[in-house]
Design a protein around this ligand. Structure first.
Ligand code: ADP
Ligand code: MG
Length: 725
């Protein structure tokens, strides 16, 4: 308990941050990283350390560390907090480069960012600290930036250290299913639920559709009747016929199970069929007659309906509405078992309470980019050993847990040790532009922790030259020298402006060109919408009942009707999908950007809120570059005029100049595969307008596209019309 003087207490109560204490502490308790924003003087620096102290974050084995970019702040804030808390400087202390008053009783320590950076060099996990606060992070001081980079690596490692408190027993399948891993997940969950003691189940699948399908199947198998309907996504499954059946408990010998050492990744699995190992039972299994190994899921009874065992099944994936995501953090209804069916988001970003069993399909869905063309596709691949261990660790957060891997130990041993860093996987033009803006010209020589592939660097450099963000190299010498020269082009004045906009360079270029004809508000909106992506709800999913099929059909028809309206008339229509985005945002803002409006018109509420935030941010950025623009975000934005719509198409073309496609001419139609196809400069294969595009039926001669996504074919998304002059 903290003994504050009445005057201090009175002053504290006037601070706005005091009203937020509970929200802030809940966020900190539930998340590895929390960002707190508030006005100057609201009490961030002086109060947050006190909140943490009072919540028990400081103890004999770990202090609260706070970094400040300036020495004077570190010293004075430590004094102020000590005074407010009525504690000695031996407990609330500071350390700056040349001096400090830290003792071994110190529980709250203010320091400069440079001091913490030095400490990381000696103790990478920062094990002295229970929590670290980076104050004034928005200033982006150089040391603070480096600290944030390092902490992003340290935080996941520290989490693993925490998880070690509870052992996780890993069970491998004997056989690896060829493709039906969803079915295997279903059978495994059924077995766990029927045969194993209480505790939540977390299932890792790869995508939204799979998650929904498994949820539906599980709810059908273990119906859960709700007295009061809280969430509408649970209602959709009703079960007409309820049968009960005898539980089958096929006993097997309790087997020795390999344990994960979460300190390093050296999981040495023992072969599943091998039952001759020394029996060494986990605390959790001791005294139990239940076989926790379960075997591969091949029981035939699993599809039968069992109403005696309610399972509370919840989906979790990144596009799920936040209020539905939040359900997984609440306790399941009494007498039920929680089962969360998730995508990879549950691997690191979120910690779900009460999970004791993890079912891991071993796969992940990721976006892959072609290094040169930038064409992207989503592919399902095996995860890395590090990911598999991270997933397993999710079972041991609150008590000893079990992880069921639906693949054999031999398959696991063939996994990559670690997942490849993102920088090696995606286009890097935004990164290169930022580096050039820091006057790092010879990007190829930069000491990246893992360098991007040279082809990706070259493609980025070329694109930035084409956009005018970098100065063209003098074309002399041989090919190799040309390439080298290209990878060291300096930034242009236009490039500097582009670098101040927090969006992809192609979109930054559009903003930089939009001053004429009062086009900036429209360009900002289009760029925001293209950056946020996935504005519209997806209604093309399999339904369980005829009633649901009809509901989805109705919603889709409504969305298509609205999209036709948002597409506008005349010149606007030629903006195609970009006009649909502009119209959708305009209409949504006009209606006050409410959840109701979004739900009624097939818009994703979360996306609309993100677009709103990005519009605000880009408007501020544009105003700071051209101080006379005087822009503001107008909730009642009028549709663009004919002239503006025409100019907007030119702007879009300037940013996406290499994304032009031409309809294949009749005489070129040698092969059926070229029917309705387009040709691009980058690809030999035919590309097509995506069926969701408003231009899908129109098939204009020339189009410009936002991106190409490869599914069954190469599809252009975000399409608008180009008219050759
Ligand atoms: P923030 O970090 O959000 O800018 P602070 O926690 O630094 O806010 O300050 C919160 C309040 O405490 C302010 O009203 C400030 O005037 C007051 N305060 C901070 N330091 C002192 C001090 N040394 N003496 C008196 N009041 C102080
Ligand atoms: Mg402050």
């Amino acid at each position: 308990p903290v003994d504050r003087s009445p005057e201090i207490q009175e002053a504290r109560l006037k601070l706005p941050i005091l009203a937020e204490e509970q929200v802030i502490m809940e966020a900190i308790n539930e998340n590895p990283i929390v960002i707190i924003c508030g006005e100057t003087g609201s009490g961030k620096t002086t109060q947050v350390p006190q909140f943490l102290y009072e919540a028990g974050y400081a103890s004999s084995n770990g202090a609260i560390g706070i970094t400040e970019p300036r020495r004077v702040a570190a010293v004075s804030m430590s004094q102020r907090v000590a005074k407010e808390m009525n504690l000695s400087h031996r407990v609330v202390s500071y350390q700056i480069r040349y001096e400090g008053n830290v003792t071994d009783e110190t529980q709250i320590k203010f320091m400069t960012d440079g001091v913490l950076l030095k400490e990381i060099q000696k103790d990478f996990l920062l094990s002295k600290y229970k929590v670290v606060i980076i104050d004034e992070a928005h200033e982006r001081s150089m040391y603070t930036d480096i600290l944030i980079g390092l902490l992003s690596r340290i935080v996941p490692l520290r989490e693993k250290v925490d998880a070690r408190q509870f052992p996780v027993t890993v069970h491998f399948n004997k056989k690896t299913p060829l493709d039906d891993y969803s079915g295997e997940c279903f059978r495994k969950v059924c077995k766990i639920h029927r045969m194993l003691p209480s505790g939540g189940i977390l299932v890792f699948l790869t995508g939204q559709a799979e998650v929904h399908a498994l949820c539906r199947r599980l709810r059908k198998a273990f119906p859960f009747q709700k007295n009061n309907t809280a969430g509408n996504d649970d209602k959709e499954e009703s079960v007409e016929e309820i049968r009960t059946f005898k539980k089958s408990r096929k006993r097997k010998k309790v087997m020795t199970l390999p344990k994960i050492d979460l300190d390093n990744y050296s999981v040495v699995p023992v072969d599943e069929g091998d039952e001759d190992r020394d029996a060494e039972t986990d605390d959790d299994i001791a005294g139990s007659d239940i076989d926790l190994d379960l075997g591969d899921g091949d029981s035939e009874e699993d599809e039968k309906i069992d109403s005696s065992l309610p399972l509370y099944v919840l989906p979790l994936y990144s596009l799920l509405a936040p209020e539905k995501q939040a359900k997984v953090f609440r306790a399941p209804p009494p007498g039920t078992r929680l089962c969360v069916v998730a995508t990879n988001v549950a691997e690191t970003s979120l910690t779900i309470p009460g999970i004791k069993y993890v079912v891991d399909c071993g796969k992940v869905k990721k976006r892959f980019y072609d290094k040169i063309t930038g064409v992207s596709s989503f592919r399902v691949t095996w995860i890395s050993q590090a990911s598999a261990n991270q997933r397993a660790g999710r079972a041991g957060r609150t008590e000893p847990g079990h992880c069921y891997r639906l693949y054999s130990s031999a398959v696991f041993m063939d996994f990559e040790k670690f997942s490849a860093p993102e920088i090696t996987k995606r286009p890097v033009e935004d990164l290169i532009l930022q580096m050039k803006a820091l006057n790092i010209e010879k990007v190829i020589n930069f000491p990246f922790p893992t360098p991007p592939p040279t082809e990706a660097l070259a493609a980025a450099e070329e694109l930035l030259i084409a956009l005018g963000a970098l100065k063209e190299p003098p074309m002399t010498g041989r090919l190799k020298q040309q390439l080298a020269a290209k990878l060291s082009c300096p930034i242009s004045p236009l490039g500097r402006i582009m670098a101040t906009f927090p969006v992809a360079p192609r979109y930054a270029k559009m903003l930089a060109l939009s001053r004429q004809h009062d086009c900036l508000p429209y360009a900002i909106t289009i760029v925001s919408a293209m950056t946020v992506r996935e504005l519209f709800e997806e209604f093309d999913r399999p339904a369980v009942s005829e009633e649901e099929t009809a509901k989805l059909k109705g919603k889709k028809a409504r969305l298509l009707q609205m999209q036709r309206i948002w597409a506008g008339q005349g010149s606007m229509q030629k903006l195609g999908d970009l006009m649909v985005m502009l119209g959708a945002v305009g209409a949504c803002e006009y209606a006050g950007c409410t959840r109701k409006f979004c739900e009624e018109n097939g818009l994703r509420y979360k996306a609309m809120l993100e677009i709103r935030r990005l519009r605000g941010q880009l408007t501020t950025a544009v105003n700071s570059v051209c101080t006379d623009a005087g822009l503001y975000v107008d909730p009642k934005m009028k549709p663009p005029t004919e002239a503006q719509a025409t100019y907007l198409r030119q702007i879009v073309l300037a940013g996406l100049g290499d994304h032009v496609a031409r309809r294949v001419q009749a005489e070129e139609l040698l092969d059926d595969k070229w029917k309705n196809a387009y040709k691009t400069a980058l690809l030999d294969d035919p590309v097509f307008i995506h069926p969701s595009s408003v231009l899908f039926k129109q098939l204009p001669e020339f189009v410009v596209y936002q991106e190409i996504l490869e599914t069954t074919k190469l599809y252009m998304k975000g399409v608008s019309v180009v008219e050759p002059e």
